[in-house]
Design a protein around this ligand. Sequence first.
Ligand SMILES: Nc1ncnc2c1ncn2[C@@H]1O[C@H](COP(=O)(O)OP(=O)(O)OP(=O)(O)O)[C@@H](O)[C@H]1O
Length: 266
Amino acid sequence: MNAPLRIHRVRAGLGGRQVLAGVDLEARGGEVLALVGPNGSGKTTALRCCYRALSPSAGTITLTGSDIASLPRRAVARRLAASTQEPPASAGLTVRESVQLGRAAHLGWLQSPGEVDRRVVDRVLAQVGLAGLAGRDVRELSGGERQRVSIARALAQEPAVLLLDEPTNHLDLRHQITVMELLVSLAADGIAVVVTLHDLRLAVEYCDRIAVMSEGAIVGTGAPAEVLTGSLLSGVFGIMGEVGPDPRTGRPALAVHGLATGTVDA
Ligand SMILES: Nc1ncnc2c1ncn2[C@@H]1O[C@H](COP(=O)(O)OP(=O)(O)OP(=O)(O)O)[C@@H](O)[C@H]1O
Protein backbone atom coordinates (compact mmCIF):
# COMPACT_ATOMS: atom_id res chain seq x y z
CA MET A 1 0.00 0.00 0.00
CA ASN A 2 1.31 3.44 -0.98
CA ALA A 3 1.35 5.23 2.39
CA PRO A 4 3.87 8.09 2.29
CA LEU A 5 3.15 8.98 5.93
CA ARG A 6 3.02 6.38 8.69
CA ILE A 7 2.54 7.23 12.35
CA HIS A 8 3.37 4.28 14.59
CA ARG A 9 2.61 4.19 18.32
CA VAL A 10 3.40 7.87 18.74
CA ARG A 11 3.23 9.30 22.23
CA ALA A 12 3.79 12.96 23.09
CA GLY A 13 3.42 15.20 26.11
CA LEU A 14 2.87 18.91 26.65
CA GLY A 15 3.34 20.81 29.88
CA GLY A 16 4.06 17.59 31.76
CA ARG A 17 0.83 15.92 30.57
CA GLN A 18 0.57 13.04 28.13
CA VAL A 19 -1.42 14.33 25.14
CA LEU A 20 -0.85 11.55 22.61
CA ALA A 21 -1.25 8.11 24.11
CA GLY A 22 -0.01 5.93 21.23
CA VAL A 23 -1.30 7.14 17.87
CA ASP A 24 -1.31 4.77 14.88
CA LEU A 25 -2.27 6.19 11.51
CA GLU A 26 -1.25 6.04 7.88
CA ALA A 27 -1.98 8.53 5.12
CA ARG A 28 -2.22 7.05 1.65
CA GLY A 29 -1.34 8.70 -1.63
CA GLY A 30 -4.48 9.60 -3.57
CA GLU A 31 -6.78 10.03 -0.58
CA VAL A 32 -8.11 12.77 1.64
CA LEU A 33 -7.98 11.58 5.24
CA ALA A 34 -9.91 13.60 7.82
CA LEU A 35 -8.64 13.66 11.39
CA VAL A 36 -11.61 14.50 13.59
CA GLY A 37 -12.29 14.48 17.31
CA PRO A 38 -13.60 16.65 20.14
CA ASN A 39 -11.73 19.75 21.33
CA GLY A 40 -8.51 18.83 23.06
CA SER A 41 -8.40 15.24 21.74
CA GLY A 42 -4.90 15.74 20.28
CA LYS A 43 -5.43 16.38 16.55
CA THR A 44 -3.18 19.45 16.31
CA THR A 45 -0.56 17.78 18.47
CA ALA A 46 -0.50 14.75 16.17
CA LEU A 47 0.02 16.97 13.12
CA ARG A 48 2.72 18.97 14.93
CA CYS A 49 4.66 15.75 15.50
CA CYS A 50 4.45 15.04 11.75
CA TYR A 51 5.89 18.40 10.72
CA ARG A 52 8.44 18.25 13.53
CA ALA A 53 7.19 21.19 15.59
CA LEU A 54 7.10 18.68 18.45
CA SER A 55 9.20 15.59 19.15
CA PRO A 56 7.31 12.48 20.18
CA SER A 57 8.39 10.88 23.45
CA ALA A 58 7.94 7.44 21.85
CA GLY A 59 7.01 5.85 18.53
CA THR A 60 8.07 6.59 14.98
CA ILE A 61 6.85 8.65 12.03
CA THR A 62 8.03 7.64 8.58
CA LEU A 63 7.84 9.84 5.52
CA THR A 64 8.15 8.08 2.16
CA GLY A 65 9.88 5.26 4.02
CA SER A 66 12.37 7.33 6.06
CA ASP A 67 12.16 8.10 9.78
CA ILE A 68 11.48 11.85 9.91
CA ALA A 69 13.59 12.19 13.04
CA SER A 70 16.68 11.34 10.96
CA LEU A 71 15.82 13.38 7.84
CA PRO A 72 17.37 16.82 7.25
CA ARG A 73 14.82 19.63 7.57
CA ARG A 74 14.95 20.46 3.83
CA ALA A 75 14.34 16.84 2.89
CA VAL A 76 11.21 16.86 5.07
CA ALA A 77 10.09 20.17 3.53
CA ARG A 78 10.40 18.76 0.00
CA ARG A 79 8.07 15.89 0.84
CA LEU A 80 5.69 17.25 3.47
CA ALA A 81 3.98 20.63 3.83
CA ALA A 82 1.70 21.88 6.57
CA SER A 83 -0.89 24.62 6.64
CA THR A 84 -1.27 25.47 10.31
CA GLN A 85 -3.59 27.56 12.45
CA GLU A 86 -0.74 29.85 13.44
CA PRO A 87 -0.82 33.08 11.40
CA PRO A 88 1.80 33.16 8.63
CA ALA A 89 4.95 34.99 9.80
CA SER A 90 4.84 37.49 6.98
CA ALA A 91 5.61 40.95 8.37
CA GLY A 92 5.76 43.34 5.44
CA LEU A 93 5.40 40.65 2.76
CA THR A 94 2.90 40.64 -0.06
CA VAL A 95 0.65 37.64 -0.61
CA ARG A 96 2.84 36.53 -3.53
CA GLU A 97 6.08 36.86 -1.51
CA SER A 98 4.54 34.99 1.40
CA VAL A 99 3.40 32.12 -0.84
CA GLN A 100 6.78 32.09 -2.58
CA LEU A 101 8.40 31.16 0.75
CA GLY A 102 6.95 27.71 0.10
CA ARG A 103 9.42 27.32 -2.76
CA ALA A 104 12.45 27.63 -0.43
CA ALA A 105 12.76 23.87 0.01
CA HIS A 106 13.30 23.50 -3.75
CA LEU A 107 15.88 26.27 -4.10
CA GLY A 108 19.62 26.03 -3.56
CA TRP A 109 21.41 28.12 -0.94
CA LEU A 110 20.91 31.84 -1.86
CA GLN A 111 19.27 30.81 -5.15
CA SER A 112 16.53 33.19 -6.32
CA PRO A 113 13.18 31.84 -7.48
CA GLY A 114 13.11 31.22 -11.24
CA GLU A 115 10.48 30.85 -13.93
CA VAL A 116 9.32 27.42 -12.69
CA ASP A 117 8.88 28.78 -9.16
CA ARG A 118 6.91 31.77 -10.43
CA ARG A 119 4.62 29.48 -12.41
CA VAL A 120 3.99 27.30 -9.35
CA VAL A 121 3.16 30.38 -7.25
CA ASP A 122 0.79 31.70 -9.95
CA ARG A 123 -0.93 28.33 -10.10
CA VAL A 124 -1.46 27.92 -6.35
CA LEU A 125 -2.62 31.54 -5.95
CA ALA A 126 -5.28 30.83 -8.58
CA GLN A 127 -6.18 27.50 -6.93
CA VAL A 128 -7.06 29.20 -3.64
CA GLY A 129 -8.67 32.25 -5.27
CA LEU A 130 -5.96 34.74 -4.27
CA ALA A 131 -4.66 35.78 -7.70
CA GLY A 132 -6.42 39.13 -7.39
CA LEU A 133 -4.78 39.83 -4.02
CA ALA A 134 -1.22 38.83 -4.97
CA GLY A 135 0.19 42.33 -4.42
CA ARG A 136 -1.54 43.02 -1.09
CA ASP A 137 0.33 43.18 2.23
CA VAL A 138 -0.56 40.00 4.16
CA ARG A 139 -1.22 42.07 7.29
CA GLU A 140 -4.12 43.77 5.49
CA LEU A 141 -5.97 40.54 4.79
CA SER A 142 -9.02 39.11 6.52
CA GLY A 143 -8.71 35.93 8.60
CA GLY A 144 -10.12 33.81 5.77
CA GLU A 145 -7.79 35.35 3.19
CA ARG A 146 -4.80 34.75 5.48
CA GLN A 147 -5.91 31.16 5.91
CA ARG A 148 -5.84 30.74 2.14
CA VAL A 149 -2.32 32.25 2.02
CA SER A 150 -1.22 29.55 4.45
CA ILE A 151 -2.78 26.84 2.28
CA ALA A 152 -1.23 28.30 -0.88
CA ARG A 153 2.22 28.41 0.73
CA ALA A 154 1.96 24.74 1.66
CA LEU A 155 0.82 23.90 -1.89
CA ALA A 156 3.79 25.83 -3.31
CA GLN A 157 6.06 23.25 -1.65
CA GLU A 158 4.56 20.65 -4.04
CA PRO A 159 4.63 18.00 -1.31
CA ALA A 160 3.82 14.29 -1.43
CA VAL A 161 2.05 14.72 1.92
CA LEU A 162 -0.09 17.75 2.70
CA LEU A 163 -1.23 18.38 6.28
CA LEU A 164 -3.88 20.99 6.99
CA ASP A 165 -4.98 22.00 10.47
CA GLU A 166 -8.55 23.32 10.35
CA PRO A 167 -8.17 24.89 6.88
CA THR A 168 -11.86 25.84 6.74
CA ASN A 169 -11.95 27.57 10.14
CA HIS A 170 -12.26 31.18 9.03
CA LEU A 171 -13.79 30.54 5.63
CA ASP A 172 -17.25 31.41 4.38
CA LEU A 173 -19.29 28.54 3.00
CA ARG A 174 -18.28 29.09 -0.62
CA HIS A 175 -14.59 29.09 0.25
CA GLN A 176 -15.03 26.04 2.52
CA ILE A 177 -16.39 24.14 -0.46
CA THR A 178 -13.65 25.54 -2.73
CA VAL A 179 -10.96 24.33 -0.33
CA MET A 180 -12.52 20.89 0.15
CA GLU A 181 -12.89 20.43 -3.62
CA LEU A 182 -9.28 21.54 -4.05
CA LEU A 183 -8.15 18.89 -1.54
CA VAL A 184 -10.09 16.23 -3.45
CA SER A 185 -8.43 17.27 -6.71
CA LEU A 186 -4.95 17.29 -5.10
CA ALA A 187 -5.56 13.76 -3.85
CA ALA A 188 -6.65 12.77 -7.36
CA ASP A 189 -3.15 13.84 -8.47
CA GLY A 190 -1.69 11.31 -5.99
CA ILE A 191 -0.94 13.48 -2.95
CA ALA A 192 -1.74 12.17 0.54
CA VAL A 193 -3.91 14.83 2.17
CA VAL A 194 -4.52 14.83 5.94
CA VAL A 195 -6.93 17.45 7.21
CA THR A 196 -8.24 18.17 10.69
CA LEU A 197 -11.85 19.33 10.62
CA HIS A 198 -14.40 20.26 13.25
CA ASP A 199 -17.21 20.16 10.72
CA LEU A 200 -18.03 16.48 10.51
CA ARG A 201 -20.36 17.18 7.60
CA LEU A 202 -17.45 18.35 5.46
CA ALA A 203 -15.41 15.33 6.56
CA VAL A 204 -18.19 12.94 5.57
CA GLU A 205 -18.92 14.60 2.26
CA TYR A 206 -15.40 15.14 0.96
CA CYS A 207 -13.01 12.72 2.65
CA ASP A 208 -12.20 9.16 1.58
CA ARG A 209 -11.45 8.02 5.13
CA ILE A 210 -11.99 9.46 8.57
CA ALA A 211 -9.81 8.85 11.61
CA VAL A 212 -11.46 9.68 14.93
CA MET A 213 -9.34 10.84 17.86
CA SER A 214 -10.43 10.75 21.45
CA GLU A 215 -8.23 11.43 24.48
CA GLY A 216 -4.99 11.18 22.53
CA ALA A 217 -5.69 7.97 20.62
CA ILE A 218 -7.31 6.91 17.37
CA VAL A 219 -10.57 5.14 18.22
CA GLY A 220 -11.80 4.43 14.70
CA THR A 221 -10.60 4.68 11.10
CA GLY A 222 -12.45 3.94 7.89
CA ALA A 223 -14.85 5.16 5.24
CA PRO A 224 -17.23 7.79 6.67
CA ALA A 225 -20.29 5.54 6.88
CA GLU A 226 -18.22 2.72 8.39
CA VAL A 227 -16.59 4.71 11.16
CA LEU A 228 -19.16 7.35 12.12
CA THR A 229 -21.74 4.98 13.54
CA GLY A 230 -24.53 6.17 15.80
CA SER A 231 -22.76 4.80 18.87
CA LEU A 232 -19.44 6.48 17.99
CA LEU A 233 -21.18 9.81 17.32
CA SER A 234 -22.88 9.70 20.71
CA GLY A 235 -19.98 8.20 22.65
CA VAL A 236 -17.20 10.44 21.28
CA PHE A 237 -18.97 13.59 20.08
CA GLY A 238 -22.06 13.59 22.31
CA ILE A 239 -24.45 13.96 19.37
CA MET A 240 -27.18 11.86 17.79
CA GLY A 241 -26.84 11.36 14.07
CA GLU A 242 -26.16 9.03 11.22
CA VAL A 243 -24.35 8.88 7.89
CA GLY A 244 -26.38 7.96 4.81
CA PRO A 245 -26.46 8.75 1.11
CA ASP A 246 -27.58 12.26 0.20
CA PRO A 247 -30.68 11.74 -1.98
CA ARG A 248 -29.63 14.49 -4.39
CA THR A 249 -25.91 13.75 -4.81
CA GLY A 250 -25.75 10.09 -3.82
CA ARG A 251 -22.64 10.94 -1.76
CA PRO A 252 -22.49 10.19 1.97
CA ALA A 253 -23.91 12.90 4.19
CA LEU A 254 -24.20 13.33 7.96
CA ALA A 255 -27.59 14.07 9.48
CA VAL A 256 -27.42 15.39 13.08
CA HIS A 257 -30.54 15.12 15.22
CA GLY A 258 -29.38 16.80 18.41
CA LEU A 259 -27.38 16.10 21.54
CA ALA A 260 -27.06 12.59 22.87
CA THR A 261 -28.46 12.26 26.37
CA GLY A 262 -26.11 11.92 29.32
CA THR A 263 -23.08 13.44 27.53
CA VAL A 264 -23.26 17.03 28.77
CA ASP A 265 -19.76 18.44 29.36
CA ALA A 266 -18.79 19.06 32.95
N1 LIG B 1 1.39 24.16 25.08
C1 LIG B 1 0.62 23.30 25.76
N2 LIG B 1 0.89 22.99 27.05
C2 LIG B 1 0.13 22.11 27.73
N3 LIG B 1 -0.95 21.48 27.22
C3 LIG B 1 -1.26 21.76 25.94
C4 LIG B 1 -0.51 22.69 25.15
N4 LIG B 1 -1.07 22.73 23.91
C5 LIG B 1 -2.13 21.91 23.94
N5 LIG B 1 -2.25 21.33 25.16
C6 LIG B 1 -3.27 20.34 25.56
O1 LIG B 1 -3.11 19.19 24.76
C7 LIG B 1 -4.38 18.61 24.50
C8 LIG B 1 -4.51 18.37 23.00
O2 LIG B 1 -4.49 19.63 22.35
P1 LIG B 1 -4.63 19.72 20.77
O3 LIG B 1 -4.52 21.17 20.42
O4 LIG B 1 -3.72 18.76 20.14
O5 LIG B 1 -6.13 19.21 20.58
P2 LIG B 1 -7.09 19.33 19.32
O6 LIG B 1 -7.76 18.00 19.18
O7 LIG B 1 -6.37 19.86 18.15
O8 LIG B 1 -8.13 20.39 19.88
P3 LIG B 1 -9.09 21.46 19.14
O9 LIG B 1 -10.15 20.65 18.47
O10 LIG B 1 -9.63 22.22 20.31
O11 LIG B 1 -8.27 22.28 18.21
C9 LIG B 1 -5.41 19.56 25.08
O12 LIG B 1 -5.85 19.02 26.31
C10 LIG B 1 -4.66 20.84 25.31
O13 LIG B 1 -5.18 21.54 26.42
